[in-house]
Design a binder for this molecule. Sequence first.
Ligand SMILES: [Zn+2]
Length: 246
Amino acid sequence: MWAMTTPSFRSDRGAGILVLGLLAACGSADVDTAAEVADGDARGSLQFRLPLLETHLFELVVGVDHDPVDHSDGPMAEALLCTAYDGRPFPACYDEHRGSDYILEGAFDTMDAGSATILAAAGGTVIDLADGNYDRCHKASDGVDCDGNPGDPNYVIVAHEGGWQTKYWHMQNGSVAVAVGDDVACGDPLGKVGSSGYSSQPHLHFQLEDEEGVAIDPYAGEYSQAETWWVEQRASSQLPVDRCEE
Ligand SMILES: [Zn+2]
């Protein structure tokens, strides 16, 4: 997220490169602008599948922060202060993160070998997208380095019944498989996982928002809402089931 680029974070090297890598794994002022996480209890009948096809390429999920305190003006160590839907701390989340990051195992090697396919989490209409942007942004000592290219993400936004939107960020250059105005069904391919925009390694940033643009954590839990937005949320894995609602 954008807050990681603040000078206070740059000046504190104590948290180490792994932490920095995870912190910088994601982000964009375009997706992470919500001031708070909404109560997602007004879900209605909308349900989501895991928005990825090759489930074996994913394990680590860095999710939404439910800690109401914004630590982004503090030292870098405070960027670790977060509360995931089930109460877990970093690396289950990080400060002010508004989406769920699905980290591609094998990073750029896996991306170069064909990457992984991003799928529509539910049916809807494509309302916005971008493609053609550099997709090999990577971590640097002060955040993210796009090798001299603009740090603009490739992305797709799908609008769903009820006014909710899902956002799919950091896609591979040239991979976007839909057009604005397309109706998509749950499970339709949208593109491929990349590292475009403010991204330190290939991953999907999946973000659910209400009609006012406020982020909602699709995961149910003690610190989130009571009912999951996933077709099925599992206790044994941070990956929800990879099937659409029946
Ligand atoms: Zn993210």
